[in-house]
Structures are given as structure tokens and as C-alpha cells.
Design a protein around this ligand. Sequence first.
Ligand SMILES: O=C(CO)[C@@H](O)[C@H](O)COP(=O)(O)O
Ligand SMILES: [Fe+2]
Length: 229
Amino acid sequence: MTFDRSIKIAPSILAADFANFGAECEAIEAQGADWVHVDVMDGHFVPNITFGPATCAAIRPHIKGVMDVHLMIAPVDPYIEAFAKAGADVITAHVEAGPHIHRTLQAIRGAGAKAGVALNPGTPASAVAEILDMVDLVCVMTVNPGFGGQKFIDMTAKIRELRAMIGDRPVHIEIDGGVDPKTAPLVAEAGADVLVAGSAVFKGGSVSDPAPYGENIRAIRAAAEGTYV
Ligand SMILES: O=C(CO)[C@@H](O)[C@H](O)COP(=O)(O)O
Ligand SMILES: [Fe+2]
């Protein structure tokens, strides 16, 4: 995984057909997805349950590019090794998920994955000030985590603040929640480069009719790159 600041679209398979993850991952990559975003929820840190490392390992062979695993679980540390072994390229933990984010990030890099840290809407940018040299990605949640299809919460001031704090470090700013062609330009202009989108990518399409996935990805990318009309 090499670092670059171009816009990357990361469809969240939370909005995919859960009975068909392998084919869904192949379909979104064929339709232009840059990364595949995988939402892990535990029914404890967030009020919803999805799946764990076994499912990640099962879908890994169906993803050619970056598998971006967003852990909405607490505690995190006991499960890092399992998600790394499952083939996650990026493992993102929430700063709110425990008292020891520094240790968690060390463990993620120690397991051979890129380290991400996520911030809930109520958490300020300053929460990551001391750990910016330990991360490859900062994920700014633009919804309260737990569900797809929620309304975008404007976090552009926080994104700008993070962009300035990050400076020249090779750290991605990822946005997660409510990203669509209307909200994408706001976050891209503020400094984000990885745009997660679930409902806005999967709407109107299916494994047997994947063309809408491509149209949706192109619309979000064009909007973020400033060419959307
Ligand atoms: O982590 C989460 C939600 O907790 C996200 O990754 C959602 O899956 C994004 O879905 P949309 O808001 O794009 O529908
Ligand atoms: Fe997510």
C-alpha cells in the first residue's frame, strides 16, 4: 500500500448483500472502488452487530485492493491479531473505545497492518494530537457509528483542523457516514482523501446489475474532485 493523497472511494459493505459478500466485493472493485471498507460492530461499543475476523478472512480473497477494516468494538486489543491475520490492510480503532489508544496503535502496526484511528462526532481533533506519528489514517465519523444510511453531520471544521495538524505526515483523512455526491465536495475541500460511502454506492444496483455501483462511485468521485455537475 503506497501513500497518495488522491481521492479514494471506499464503498462500505455494510450496505451490500450480506449473503453475497464475495461477489459484492468483486463487483464494486470492477466498478471502480479504490478500497473496500469493512464495518465490524459488536453490539457493545455500538448498538448493532455485524461480523468478525472469520468473515473478513472469507472475503479477503475476493478483494484485490485495500481491505479497510473499521473496528467499532470494545475492547479492541484482544482482536487485533485476528483481524491482521484475516488480511486487513488497514485496521482502524476508535479513540473512544478504551483508555489506551497508544498501545492499540502500537499493536496494530506490530501486527503488520496500517494503523487508523477514528473519531466520533463528539470527539475533538485534539484527541489525536499526541499520536499522529503512530497512525496512517485518521477517520472522521460524520454520523454516530452503528448504522448505515444516516444523515451527514457536518465535521468540516474538524477535518480542516486535522489537515493542519497532520501537516506533511503521510496520513490519510478518511470520512465515514452520509457521504454522497452532495456532501463529498464539502469534505474533500476541507482536506479528506478517503471517502467511505455505503448507501450512496450500493443504491439501485446488485451483483446481477452492478452498473449503478459504477455510476454512483463516479458521481461521488467527480463531486469530490470538483467536476460534478
Ligand atoms: O461505520 C459506518 C457506520 O457506523 C459506516 O461505514 C457506514 O456503513 C457508512 O454508511 P453510509 O452512511 O454511507 O450509508
Ligand atoms: Fe465505517
